[in-house]
Ligand binder design. Sequence first.
Ligand code: BES
Ligand code: MN
Ligand code: ZN
Length: 499
Amino acid sequence: MSILPTIQFAAPVLPSSGVLVLLAGKDGALPPGLPEGVRGAAERAASLGKFKGKSLSFAETIAPADSGLDKILLVGTASSEPLGEEDWLKLGGAIAGKLNGATQATIWTEGASAAPGAREAATIGLGLLLRAYKFDRYKSKKSKDGEDETPDTALAVTIALADAQGAQAQFETLESVGEGVRLARDLVNEPANVLTTTEYASRIEALGATGLEIEILDETRLRELKMFALLGVSQGSPTPPRLCIMRWNGGAEGEAPVAFVGKGVVFDTGGVSIKPAGGMEDMKGDMGGSAAVVGLMRALAGRKAKVNAIGVVGLVENAVDGLAQRPGDIVTAMSGTTIEVINTDAEGRLVLADTLWYTQERFKPRFMVNLATLTGAIIVALGNQHAGLFSNNDELANRLLAAGLETGEKVWRMPLGKDYDKMIEGKFADIKNVGNGRSAGSITAAQFLQRFVNDVPWAHLDVAGTAMGSPSNEYNQSWASGFGVRLLNRLVEEHYEAR
Ligand code: BES
Ligand code: MN
Ligand code: ZN
């Protein structure tokens, strides 16, 4: 695996070795107080490179010999709008990309258009960490040829700013968030022959070491609980179903928890309604919703969040064999609702039906947010740029929309309503697991979920387009993005934690 950079914060004292990274403002404005030789070299690099300080633009040059430095790297921060969390993250990520092969670097923050405070500087650090993530566990030859590939050298970065102590403290919190994102990416990137349901459950169990309380329900227990919607999906696979519950009790005793629920289909063949071969390998990521929940819980525990939170993930494989569920089968969900399985490939909603119902029955949460790679239709509607947001509660929906804009994990609200709900009325059972043909496919899927939330404030995030396969950016170069961890961490931090 890639070696993560080590990151520390220090008061601004000019270094005499390594790479000097200078944040520059509008028109390439440089920070005050630079030694003449360094300033001169930086100015020449800027003018030769037509560097105007525009956000995320670069210029670089060899440092003057008497400075002891290797290289000077100018990074623009000028933008017409104030920089938000995602901009600082991108800045850190972009810098990490440019430090390819360096062993030591100092990021000099004073020249930025608006010099970063403690939180912003720490976010630059998180960007460095997230950019360094690489899933190369199964490459027997580690990257030598690819140009873009970051070699596995240890890089020590110092971020220089006045409030170094404050930034260090903020960074300790954000490091946990980074751990959560990296865990989510790892789980999604793992192939399904490695990450079976049982292997997934034992990785969750291992998170007990972070202070999370873990409970794992096996097939016998799921039968006792009458989760026949979830069990039906799983019955064609040799890897057995699991329901995993993660609890973080960082809030006041007795206070109702917030709850996060995830679809954890470790592989989705489609079942008897089998998927076409092209691109089916991507269905190893059909547990992306659950991975975000696991990553979030890891983050909350790591940063000792002052909240009571529950994470519940339903783990199954949607495989196909002689025992697999058939189209036309009728199953009774834990709630008592009967479901006609028209298409065995609409399996995520069957898993979530029982997982959501169980979560609200047992934990009586303040709200539930579920994440699921639920429909191809959400990719048709929103591409890889937004996750679909469906909610029965405007306050929760608006908080998620705002957290999305701040973190760059953007969501877009889609409608729910009686007329869509009618589309899943069953012919032989209470409801059926698909709507009418292809129309409003993501909405009818959400309507299906809503049947199992029992009026608890709820939001469903359809992350089929954002959990994996989104174009790489400054802070993510991996197929799996870890989408949802930073978004929900922000939601919790902003609205549900005691201060
Ligand atoms: N896991 C898929 C959705 C998906 C598609 C996720 C592409 C990521 C990328 C889901 O289980 C599924 O197969 N949905 C069907 C529903 C249909 C049968 C009503 C779909 O979207 O085609
Ligand atoms: Mn499916
Ligand atoms: Zn699926």
